[in-house]
Design a protein around this ligand. Structure first.
Ligand code: TXA
Ligand code: MG
Length: 360
């Protein structure tokens, strides 16, 4: 791991609904002084710093070992701040803010002069969202700064949905970790580019394509967000698209197609890898659990296929659990690409490095 000076990381346990003011004020003071604070949002834990302090933001990249061209989402607690951070905010963006904020929707807008280019990864656009989490909102308000925060994991690893995940990746590399228990949604926000006509989803997430389409009428999904293979750098509109992401240490295969065929294929692959001496993990759903061999394979369920919200919530935690339990190949069932399923499939495919088996 890259050597940065070792930090004495403080862990603050707070109540997720009624966060203790004295603890939030300690974290807010760290933000004001240019330090790094990991905090919960409704999607995943973020690694925050003062978005307007270029030195503090650079430290985020160093702590995460994040490539410097991958811009960071700026979190606000007040819609008025959008007009300080961005220019030419279209009426459609205002409509979305009114409907979906606070919530898991990030808007890409033209950046104003006050935003350091290290925050935007050198781009002239800025990503902004208002998180729906009492702890995140009180931290932003008390620090009196917009807070730049990528997910609080080492670059490339699954995003953290528990403070324990942040501790695994970043303990000793950042100043404060606020622990308020598990996050609610489990996959990151939807990134919507409002500088593109029609608006374009760069990353599917907590607010679905269907919901956005109802409001805006005309929106498109960037091909890379639904791709079954890696995107070429020149086609990557969002720098995050081209970087390795969400990957467990284990190798991973996603099986896609009709449900019955998926289950048959997962069993076949699991048997094959087991016979080859591998430690096999199966990422299943409740409907298929009884099909798998629990005595030979490590089987975990995303929950019912009819409840994709629970699948989203568990996804990253289960990927990390397979690693902890020493699994070296994960075979995952795909889910339908509807609603939250689009975000789940985007994460699964990328976690698998586009190692996809189709069975129809
Ligand atoms: O739910 C979330 O969005 C979480 C929580 C902490 O808010 N944050 C998060 O941040 O997932 P991060 O850095 O892991 O992902 C941000 C994504 C990246 O894919 C990045 O490339 C993209 O947003 N992004 C940020 N600014 C952008 C810009 N100006 N233009 C295009 N893409 C941008
Ligand atoms: Mg991330």
């Amino acid at each position: 791991m890259e050597s940065i000076p070792v930090k004495r990381t403080i862990i603050l346990k707070v109540d997720s609904e009624r966060p203790e003011i004295d603890k939030i004020s300690i974290a807010a003071e760290v933000i004001r002084r240019g330090g790094l604070v990991a905090f919960p949002t409704e999607t995943v834990y973020g690694l925050g710093a003062d978005a307007l302090n270029p030195v503090a933001v650079r430290d985020i990249y160093l702590a995460k070992m994040r490539p410097l061209d991958n811009p960071i989402i700026v979190h606000v607690a007040d819609k008025n701040d959008v007009y300080k951070l961005a220019e030419n905010v279209p009426e459609s963006a205002e409509r979305l803010m009114n409907l979906f904020w606070p919530g898991p929707l990030t808007l890409i807008l033209k950046a104003s002069e006050i935003v350091p280019r290290v925050t935007t990864g050198g781009l002239d656009t800025i990503a902004i969202r208002m998180p729906k989490h009492t702890v995140a909102l009180s931290l932003i308000k008390m620090s009196e700064r917009p807070i730049a925060a990528p997910s609080a994991n080492l670059a490339g690893r699954p995003s953290p949905t528990l403070a324990e995940h942040v501790i695994q990746d970043l303990y000793g590399r950042i100043d404060v970790i606020i622990d308020a228990g598990p996050t609610n949604i489990g996959v990151e926000s939807t990134v919507l580019d409002m500088t593109h006509e029609p608006p374009q989803i760069l990353r599917p997430g907590g607010v679905t394509y269907e919901e956005l389409k109802t409001v805006l009428g005309n929106i498109i999904i960037h091909p890379a967000a639904v791709a079954r293979s890696e995107v070429h750098v020149e086609h990557a509109r969002s720098p995050g698209m081209k970087h390795k992401h969400y990957a467990p240490k284990a190798e991973m295969i996603v099986v896609e197609g009709k449900f019955d065929s998926i289950v048959e294929k997962v069993k076949e692959l699991a048997e094959q890898y087991f016979r080859a001496g591998r430690r096999v993990g199966v990422l299943a759903t409740d409907e298929s659990l009884q099909e798998y061999n629990f005595s030979l394979w490590t089987v975990k369920s995303l929950g019912s296929r009819s409840n994709l919200a629970s699948a989203a919530k568990r996804l990253f935690r289960l990927l990390r659990e397979f690693d902890e339990e020493g699994v070296d190949i994960i075979i995952a069932e795909g889910v339908p690409q509807e609603g939250l399923g689009l975000a789940i499939m985007n994460r699964l495919r990328r976690a698998a490095g586009y190692n996809i088996v189709r069975v129809d």
